[in-house]
Design a binder for this molecule. Sequence first.
Ligand SMILES: [Fe+2]
Length: 407
Amino acid sequence: MKFGDLLHPVSASEFLGETLGRESRLIRGAHGRFEHLLPWDTINEILSHHRFSDNSQISLAKNHTAVCHDVFNPEISTFTVPGSTLRHRRVEAARLNDAVEHGATLQIKGIENLSDPIGRLADSIESEIRERVTVDAFICKGETPGFSAHWDSLDALAIQVHGSKKWALAAPTVRYPLPDGDAVSQLDRAPEHLEETVLGSGDLLYMPRGWWHRVTPAGGWSVHLTVAFHRRTAMDLAHWFVDTLSKDEFFRSDVPQRWESDQAVDAYLAQLVSSVQRHARQPDLLRRFLSSTEQVQPFRQVFHLPRVGAEDLEVAEAGRVSWQAPLAAVATEENGITVVAGGREYRYPASYGPVIDALVGGGTKAVAEVCRLVAPAGLTTDDVRTAVAEMALAGLIRVEGPSEDQG
Ligand SMILES: [Fe+2]
């Protein structure tokens, strides 16, 4: 599922232009349209097979209080990997079932790394919104609230997968809160009236950061996903900008001391202001900031075992390929193409450029279609196969068989 499918019938361009960062928005959709993202079988597989290192990955909350110690029984579920001091824990079924039966909300954090359909959706959202996203799953039964009214310093998309849930919303009382804001002190300042709505299966709710929300189970089972993303702020830009100034000798020089004359201090401050202005006026400043903060974000690399060498990885014309590093910076240089993704630099021949252009931001494509797109640049099918195989083995491209249709 791609970002555009998630928002349907609202278009991605309408959402980005009119809603993102501005207002909350409810999008109603067909019952069950998100069920494939997180079927019950997947939830059970994750709980059965995944080792959770601590409560930061999975937790339970009930009546506004974290009850995370209930998930693990340290006596029987904690084990130490030989040769390592790391302790891994498995969720204990009896404790989990009992807690959820008695009204606790189970939260599985970072589920985009544990589920392929959710990981693919997260990639698509990252590609459109240009911010790193994380996804948490919330699972509960009955009517006991998990959390009281609060706001978060992240934008959130709530996707109702199974069942329904009540959301009560109010506009921000603190505009544009930053991630290090104090969430606890919010509790006694919640507005008296929050507008209530019920999110049913197939519905989607977007909230910019700072929006008050109180989420209450509506009876029966509810599974929803919250896609969260940090928006970069002027504070982030300012921090990055200040770091770039050290290249300028003036910013490395000493500040005037108290014994300097007023005239010398005034001259120094005038130079400080003009130097900051000169650096800030560079026309590509914002683009450089966006790019440098995006290219260090981790991406979900793909593996193609047992294929580990380019000659092993057959890229069939009927196969399908997709770009895996939505926030990568791709630059054409004199001696080739440089891709910077996840903080690592990958160098390729210039002939790979049209293949990368055909794939970046474009979802999953048939290899034959990529061949058609790059033909005007003089690339043959073999050229495409070579480029795709090399970048696939670096984890940057996913290669799938022809029958797959997971978008
Ligand atoms: Fe929240």
